[in-house]
Design a protein around this ligand. Structure first.
Ligand code: SF4
Length: 332
């Protein structure tokens, strides 16, 4: 790793942020995506499409469970995502309302391109809008995401900003980008006045042509370069489960504010989750929340206070029990 760059990133980070760090959890509305053609994505594989039909959506109770567990474990919500055109817009608003109520503040969404009228209706519950850009080099983008042009997302980000939302985008490292593309990324961040960026490491998926995640140093280079160029930008960095131990501490030293994209419920309390926490500590950060210890919570009471109708309330309570027991056993 370029130690000089990392040193600079640490210096810039320390000059602008506290030592706090956190885990940002994405809450999925469904596993299906109706674009489904981005070359690197598991949703583009035939196997995935067979398993998750276009009509498949997550139940409301499991979505609400994610939020209740996340809040009580001290995890932030990275964004509510997925389910493009699967839930009706009215349902999406209702889910945003409930999740923001659980957290006690407005949330972020990453729900594809959302128009002005829809943004207006979401505004009471949503503070930030994220666009999944994936990569900024136009040629690479056209090849990798043939049915997800950047332009509509760019328009949405500008519109959302004008309306007073915070904005962000996601970038995947390992798709074939070069270091020269950093200037394009910097331009994109400046042009859209982004408040946050989320980096992910490419996760190789069987059935796609991608076979390798980026080397940790390469991944951290993008984070560190972004930190140095944009001292106040919130940077989130994803851990892929296979390489979480190689990435966690390094990404924080490179200037990430928080970590995301880790199967925190599935791997709750695992040796790997302990190692991630150890690296957080070793990098001088204080972790909000936990990936390893369940707090003592009256889970039924957490549901009671939401004012849900009886049927949904009972379903959420039942689902929560399953989740919590599974987390205790390490088998969700
Ligand atoms: S990257 Fe996003 S838009 Fe593209 S197929 Fe996957 S989920 Fe759908």
């Amino acid at each position: 790793m370029d130690e000089k760059l990392i040193g600079k990133a640490i210096e810039v980070y320390n000059a602008n942020f506290s030592s706090r760090t956190w885990f940002g959890r994405c809450i999925f509305l469904s596993w299906y995506c109706d674009i489904g053609t981005c070359e690197f994505c598991f949703r583009s594989t035939v196997k995935h499409k067979i398993r998750h039909a276009s009509s498949a959506k997550r139940s409301k109770e499991s979505i609400l469970c994610d939020a209740i567990i996340g809040k009580n474990l001290g995890w932030r919500i990275e964004f509510l995502t997925g389910g493009y055109r699967i839930f009706s817009f009215e349902d999406q608003i209702e889910i945003c309302r409930l999740v923001s109520e659980i957290y006690g503040h407005k949330i972020w969404i990453n729900l594809g391109t959302v128009g002005k009228d829809e943004l207006q209706k979401l505004q009471p519950y949503v503070e930030g809008v994220c666009a999944s850009i994936e990569c900024v080099d136009p040629d690479l983008h056209n090849r990798i995401c043939p049915d997800k042009p950047i332009e509509p997302y760019s328009k949405m980000l500008k519109q959302a900003k004008e309306m007073g939302f915070k904005t962000s985008c996601t970038i995947v490292v390992g798709l074939g980008e070069t270091h020269e593309d950093f200037e394009l990324l910097a331009e994109f961040i400046s042009e859209h006045e982004l408040d946050r960026i989320t980096f992910y490491a490419l996760k190789p998926i069987q059935g796609t042509r991608f076979t390798e995640s980026p080397l940790p140093d390469e991944y951290a280079w993008w984070v560190a370069m972004t930190r140095v160029r944009f001292p106040l930008l919130e940077i989130m960095a994803g851990l892929t489960p296979k390489r979480a131990e190689e990435y966690a501490g390094l990404l924080l030293r490179a200037g990430a504010n928080g970590l995301t994209k880790y199967p925190a419920v599935k791997r709750f309390g695992s040796a790997q989750a302990h190692e991630v926490e150890r690296q957080i500590k070793e990098s001088g950060r204080k972790f909000e929340g936990s990936l390893t210890e369940l707090p003592d919570v009256d889970w039924d009471m957490e549901v009671e206070r939401l004012g849900l109708d009886e049927e949904l309330k009972e379903k959420v309570k039942g689902k929560l029990k399953e989740y919590v027991e599974g987390m205790k056993r390490g088998s969700v």
